[in-house]
Design a protein around this ligand. Structure first.
Ligand code: ATP
Ligand code: MG
Length: 508
């Protein structure tokens, strides 16, 4: 077999930020028609590589070699011109504009005198190539996250990019949408494009990639063919030690009922949601993306108003009009979407962690910086937040570490009930175990936990009870270790309830 000509190489690249060595002497090569998985823990340097390849950051040392010569990317425009396109961890698109405008932003057909007819027809042609099911005229804001990803891919195609980078593209996608994305990736591969794929999900890495490159603390610690490696080997490389990925379920006495939700309904997203929650209990809320789980929980937290139904806390009916009412009642909600909800990127880690619980840090009518710092250190340390220091701006942290800070913020409010929406999305294997352990500890301390997750092993590993939602309604309930047949505590029965069908084979 002859080795194909490389598309692009990173050669001895280093990049530091104040107090952090984000990348040190990293080299690797991309080949046409291959998917390269870039793996590593939160803060390992993956997104920094993406930003260097796309001209957002300039490396301190080292170079990018493409088309047989050293490339200097002083801006995203240069990298784009060299045929590199990226779908970033944080999407940068224009919600108010149409799909076509987003695709051709910065390179509209017709130049200064935009040829709208041409813009639209070329957008349609590209969208049909990836079999998109929306129109070029649609405003971007009407699209789902998955469809927005497709717009970004189309944007890359519009430029005939030879390197396409996807930084955790599947984090917000449903299983069906992931299949769709993978189909498109296979097509891009067949067209000879080179793809960098970043994910914390091993099943995806093994399904999709031809090669892998592993980073740890900004250094490359290994690379090779995906067919030659196993998951435990990759985990050990990423974390530097073997990780026990089993979920130890703590045996916790379950106390009295704290929350009682009855018949909660809103106009379109969910109907007749009734359940109770007890002290020390972990209640899993499982379902496919789009089943209405987050919407129902956001309603309990006061982010929207139900058309019908009631919420009672310790026997007393609550009137929750906005989140502050829920917080006062002792309910906290950790949102799934860390970019839009819950995180204040320009503020420091300490301010983010303590902002929802400031009253707890008042001593003699004054905010106590010492008390705030202690709480920050305790929670940040417990969740292994990786940062240069606790005053560092949240926006400077890696994606997964931002997520951990948002979790810490809501834990600092010392709630009675905590609703965790996809708490380990975007979180690496090592930290995931820390988050799981922490959830168990919270229950042990008497908190009642609602765990919304699309990951079945996580739900089954941690929950005492599981409620399954399907198309906005509760489809089934399961109790740990109990039941038989369709009501049995089994992966098959839970998945069957979530898909609304008869028992189906469970894809692990
Ligand atoms: N603008 C910046 N200022 C300061 N530090 C930064 C900046 N950007 C990144 N860093 C730091 O560089 C390191 C690498 O971050 P990077 O975002 O590349 O991690 P990552 O591998 O993408 O992690 P994740 O899986 O959490 O997304 C982190 O310690 C991060 O805090
Ligand atoms: Mg990242």
């Amino acid at each position: 077999m002859t080795t194909p000509q490389p598309v692009l190489s990173l050669s001895h690249v280093s990049k530091s930020f104040p107090g952090v060595r984000a990348l040190h002497d990293v080299s690797f090569t991309l080949y046409p028609g291959q998917v390269t998985a870039l793996i590593g823990e939160n803060g390992a340097g993956k997104s920094t590589i993406v930003k260097i390849l796309t001209g957002i950051y300039v490396p301190d040392e080292g170079e990018i070699v493409g088309a047989g010569k050293v490339q200097h990317f002083a801006s995203p425009r240069d990298s784009w011109a060299a045929g590199i396109a990226a779908i970033h961890q944080e999407t940068v698109m224009f919600d108010e504009l149409s799909v076509a405008e987003n695709i051709f932003m910065g390179h509209m057909p017709g130049g200064r005198f935009i040829d709208w007819r041409e813009t639209k027809s070329r957008a349609r042609e590209l969208l049909s190539r990836i079999e998109a099911d929306f129109d070029a005229d649609a405003p971007l804001k009407t699209l789902s996250v998955a469809q927005k990803h497709m717009v970004e891919i189309t944007r890359a195609l519009s430029h005939d990019a030879s390197v396409i980078i996807m930084d955790e593209p599947t984090a917000a996608l449903s299983r069906h949408e992931i299949d769709e994305l993978f189909r498109i990736v296979a097509q891009l591969k067949a067209e000879g494009r080179s793809i960098i794929f970043i994910s914390h999900k091993f099943d995806e890495i093994f399904r999709l990639s031809d090669r892998w490159v592993c980073l740890r603390d900004g250094e490359k610690v290994g690379e090779g063919l995906t067919s030659d490696v196993t998951e435990p080997e990759l985990v050990r490389l990423m974390v530097g030690r073997p990780i026990d990925q089993v979920f130890p379920k703590r045996d916790i006495p379950i106390g009295r009922t704290v929350l009682e939700v009855k018949g909660l309904t809103n106009a379109t997203e969910f109907a007749d949601i009734s359940f109770s929650l007890r002290k020390g209990e972990i209640l899993g809320l499982y379902g496919l993306v789009g089943a209405g789980r987050s919407e129902a929980m956001q309603c309990v937290f006061g982010m929207s108003q139900p058309t019908r139904g009631s919420v009672a806390m310790e026997g007393v009916a609550l009137s929750i009009r906005e989140p502050i009412d829920a917080i006062h009642a002792g309910i906290s909600y950790v949102p799934e979407d860390r970019q839009d909800q819950g995180a204040f990127l320009p503020l420091g880690i300490r301010e983010n962690i303590t902002m929802a619980s400031l009253a707890g840090h008042v001593r003699n009518f004054l905010l106590s910086p010492l008390s705030e710092r202690m709480a920050t250190r305790a929670l940040g340390g417990r969740l292994s937040v990786k940062a240069a220091h606790w005053e560092q701006a949240l926006g400077e942290l890696s994606g997964g570490n931002q997520q951990k800070v948002v979790i810490a913020k809501w834990l600092a409010t010392k709630p009675k009930i905590i609703i965790l929406d996809e708490p380990t999305k975007g979180i690496d294997v090592g930290s995931k175990a820390a988050v799981h352990d922490f959830i168990g500890e919270l229950a042990e301390e008497g908190l009642a936990v609602i765990l919304v997750s699309s990951e079945l092993p996580e739900i089954m590993g941690l929950s005492d009870r599981v409620i399954v939602m399907h198309e906005g309604r509760i489809a089934a309930q399961f109790e740990r270790g109990k039941g038989t047949g369709a009501a049995a505590w089994s992966a098959e029965a839970i998945v069957a309830a979530a898909t609304g069908g008869p028992m189906q084979e469970h894809a692990a």
